[in-house]
Design a protein around this ligand. Sequence first.
Ligand code: NAP
Length: 320
Amino acid sequence: MHKVVIIGSGPAGLTAAIYAARANLEPIVLEGGFLPSGDLMTPGGQLMITSEVENFPGFPEGVTGPELVERCRQQAQRFGSKHLDAVCEDVDFSGFPLKLQVEGEWMEAATVIIATGANARWLGLESETQYQNRGVSACATCDGAFFKDQELIVVGGGDSAMEEAVFLTRYASKVTLVHRRDEFRASKIMAERAINHPKITVEWNREVAEVLGDGKRVTGVRLASTTGEPDKELACGGVFVAIGHTPNTKVFEGHLDLRSDGYLEVQGMTGTRAKGVFVAGDCVDSRYRQAITAAGMGCMAALDAEKLLEGYEADGLLGD
Ligand code: NAP
């Protein structure tokens, strides 16, 4: 039986791993991959598709998302955390020990820290699916370089959309932000950076009704109006969707309490209704969703697991 199994390897999971490993709890980290639902739980989490992280304390010059993840992973491994290239396929949290199915085998754990993060959301249009990886993307960092000197669309009005739009100006000749309302949800500083950028224009009160293409690649979009104006078409070589996220929590349905929006319910600071199961990061936090807050929750979850394990140890539940 493992003392701690951590599901997820973003800032929450890796910070939990650093704390648990330093406490000699020999944590196992299930790094991620394709889930039984078909969704991808990206190893390293959303930082892997983040270009520049400018707000993580300790990096005054900024750091790329993948580098920050790699540094955290190395820090955890330095203290003995073991990382598996795997996902959790099923769970049984009905008693002690807790059980997790990994690559078809059941693994036992005294405590589990869930840090499964969240995934980018799509518009849900048939034409969007048709042109995915053929001009439609949810990751400017991954795909932006393929669109040199082209005109691009970014959908959304939050910080992600602003970040993607500004990032894409490195390659694109022009970027049009399409937002369904007449004001951005994004923080003022990021919205201003986008609005004031000479290569960025904004289509307010508009939604993408259809992604247009020639059968092979995206050639444009048809925009519907949210204020009763007629539809209009815009030519573009790529469409970047940046409209928020869905938490990776499907596997816990029926085993833990989930909110109506799919995020895990937390009891106290990091607990759940299942004793020994703790939660951290974007799978539970729909409000702050920052690398630093996820890392903080990962730390808290590991400390809470450690405390519980001390009790288990005293009760002789952990064996030799
Ligand atoms: P978000 O804040 O939830 O914004 C999602 C945006 O997409 C909203 O503007 C929303 O419109 C729009 N939207 C949602 N569904 C849509 C649909 N079906 N069709 C059209 N538009 C749709 O998500 P986010 O931008 O991904 O940001 C998430 C969190 O991460 C935030 O807390 C943000 O501050 C943080 N973040 C921070 C940074 C940074 O600091 N560097 C970078 C990225 C993200 P409405 O506004 O009308 O609801």
